[in-house]
Design a protein around this ligand. Structure first.
Ligand SMILES: Cc1cc2nc3c(=O)[nH]c(=O)nc-3n(C[C@H](O)[C@H](O)[C@H](O)COP(=O)(O)OP(=O)(O)OC[C@H]3O[C@@H](n4cnc5c(N)ncnc54)[C@H](O)[C@@H]3O)c2cc1C
Length: 241
């Protein structure tokens, strides 16, 4: 069994030209992109990269994307991108980028939203907020599979579940709009009833999603008795899962 990679956080590398090696459809609006990096640096699960897109006139659009892969995947990273119809960068990735293309990336960026092997640990994700949590889950499985990690994941519809084929017994789902046929689990937004069990005994919680989702989940965890210092949050944007 391999141990957690002893990675020190440091300044991100320089901008580098990465090559897209694989594109996977996760859901109707989410794709995962694998990149080969010439100046790869190991990351801690939870860290993100910036991407920089430049049009022929020299105009730049720069966005942050969490790493979804384990740092054991040497030389490459996976980013998972939710397509926002009125967005700039995410539709470009979905509609234009193909395998073999080159994209400018920089990272991994220093963050307090990093998991260093603490357990029991609770992960709470809304929509694409599950991405950095998947880096933690994937890395845990490859390093310390017996370790206590629980994931609570909120999505709108059954077809919105990212990484559906990788979720196991550690995961509790809630469907906020429409559950699958025959669903007996939780429906509706996350609440104390849903988080109470997974939060019991957790020494650390990672909460990621839209601002509203993160605030709601953090408030519930505080009400359930977790200390504010034990709740780490990352906000992606205005929508919720
Ligand atoms: C640290 C960090 C990590 C992130 N990791 C991921 C990730 O792993 N996967 C991912 O898909 N996104 C992630 N994001 C969000 C990402 O950086 C972009 O904000 C997102 O892809 C939208 O960019 P865009 O250029 O397509 O849209 P923009 O042109 O920036 O915005 C278009 C419209 O959508 C709104 N908007 C912006 N962001 C969001 C959002 N996240 N949800 C809903 N509406 C939004 C804007 O207010 C605007 O109205 C992360 C953000 C941060 C800060």
């Amino acid at each position: 069994m391999e141990r957690l990679t002893p990675v020190e956080q440091r300044a991100p590398g320089e901008w580098q030209i990465a090559t897209v090696t694989q594109i996977k459809d996760e859901t109707p609006s989410v794709k995962s992109f694998r990149f080969a990096l010439p100046m790869w640096l190991p990351h801690l699960p939870g860290q993100h990269y910036d991407v920089r897109l430049t049009d022929p006139d020299g105009y730049h659009a720069q966005r942050s994307y969490s790493v979804a892969s384990s740092p054991l995947d040497q030389g490459e990273i996976e980013l998972t991108i939710d397509r926002l119809d009125d967005g700039e960068a995410s539709p470009y990735f979905h509609d234009v980028v193909v395998e073999g293309d080159q994209v400018e990336l920089r990272g991994p960026f220093t963050s307090y939203f990093v998991w260093r092997g603490e357990s029991p640990v609770l992960l709470v994700g809304g929509g694409s907020g599950v991405v950095p949590l998947m880096a933690m889950l994937r890395h845990k499985r490859r390093t310390m599979s017996e370790l206590d990690m629980r994931l609570v994941y909120s999505v709108r519809h059954p077809e919105d579940v990212i990484y559906a084929d990788e979720l196991g017994d550690e995961t509790v789902l809630t469907y906020t709009r429409e559950p699958p046929v025959g669903w007996h689990g939780h429906t509706g937004h996350i609440d104390a009833e849903l988080l109470r069990g997974p939060a019991t005994g957790a020494v650390l919680a990672f909460v990621c999603g839209s601002t509203g989702f993160v605030e709601t989940a953090s408030d519930i965890l505080l009400d359930l008795g977790m200390e504010a210092e034990s709740i780490r949050t990352e906000r992606f944007g205005p929508t919720s899962g």
